[in-house]
Design a binder for this molecule. Sequence first.
Ligand SMILES: Cc1cc2nc3c(=O)[nH]c(=O)nc-3n(C[C@H](O)[C@H](O)[C@H](O)COP(=O)(O)OP(=O)(O)OC[C@H]3O[C@@H](n4cnc5c(N)ncnc54)[C@H](O)[C@@H]3O)c2cc1C
Length: 394
Amino acid sequence: MYSNEANAAPRSDDRDEIVVVGASAAGLYTAATLARGGRKVRVLESKPDFEPASRTLIVTDHFRNQLGASANASILNEIRRFELFTDGRSAQIALSKPDLIIERARLIPALAREARHAGTKLCFDRRFLKLSPNSRGLHLEVESGGRREELHAARVVGADGATSRVARTAGWPPIETVPLMQAIIRLPKDCPPDTTRVWFVPDDTPYFYWLIPENSERAALGVIGEDGRDTARCMTRFLEKKGMEPLEWQGARIPVYRRWVPVKRHVGNGEVYLVGDAAAQVKVTTVGGIVTGFRGALGVAEAILHRGRSRELTALRRELDTHWLIRRTMHHFQQKDYSQLVDLLNFSTRDTLSVINRDESTRLLWNVLRRQPRLVLLGLRGLLLGKSVRPVAN
Ligand SMILES: Cc1cc2nc3c(=O)[nH]c(=O)nc-3n(C[C@H](O)[C@H](O)[C@H](O)COP(=O)(O)OP(=O)(O)OC[C@H]3O[C@@H](n4cnc5c(N)ncnc54)[C@H](O)[C@@H]3O)c2cc1C
């Protein structure tokens, strides 16, 4: 497959191979789905070996439907309640189906096992550099151990994250990102291990702070911001105010979904696709990208396997657009708006929030508004205030 000779002719089977760039959540899920569909798949990962960075993540129970039994390997804890805080007020929402706390360092090896089992070939220490068209498909340049290698494929899937090189070399415009920071802390005594806490502090961030317990001992306290330095300053202040001590830090920049990123481009006779963070398939309300990244991966795999459109991609687009509408509404909320929001979460609204999860946002939104029409006014106010949403730093 690999060759150091420029323009080496592809062997016939090389042309049918699908190359996935990036062995993380979205890439491995795509690879396994394609391999199960009978395709020859190779995954290229720039890291030299398989030690994914530790990250505590919260996902809806949709995650179990997506992964089946293999989901269990990465689940640390179950969340049955949300507590929302703002300006001395609070509201509680019980979840009928628990959210799951998962550990990325366990999830990725579980996905890799699935992908290998389905017949995918995983190649580490392979940094994708660029792609260009050749007479039969795509010509890829890859770096491995300081040497340049070449390979050929008919299709390439970019699953290489928010700063995707596949996207850049295939001509997609860059996507915006925001900083996300998490500190691992000891779980405060007054916080039950099955409860996630969310604080709206509009002076610090248009997003929010959260606390997600891993177990009865540890939790992750996180924040999303707009500017890296400001976010770090606010996080330090918040930790001090709450008397919490960071034991470890986790963080990265996360894509901001503003509009649907078309997932496919033709480059000469070849096809290039994007999945996961590379295509900004992230819920912009919560900046959660695991479940939506899997959905994007499934959609792209469906499109490749069935030579065309994918229902999953259509549904995902609707879902991500709804999250963008909610974010635009809330982006310019001031303290009084958050106070009103928390007050308006009356019993009927809370029922809806507890039974419909955040991965069904369109249904969730209409049900909440039907039960609490005053939220429409609050939403309209937010939308009007946020007519020109400030661009966020890259
Ligand atoms: C601290 C933190 C907390 C988060 N919390 C949550 C949460 O609670 N819930 C949730 O749903 N989401 C959360 N997210 C977001 C979620 O982690 C991401 O959306 C998701 O991991 C994206 O997966 P991905 O496979 O698309 O990309 P990535 O995980 O970024 O993977 C990209 C892969 O591509 C490889 N790569 C990059 N460039 C190249 C190259 N040139 N050649 C070869 N390989 C390359 C990388 O090494 C990496 O393995 C969080 C993110 C962070 C940083």
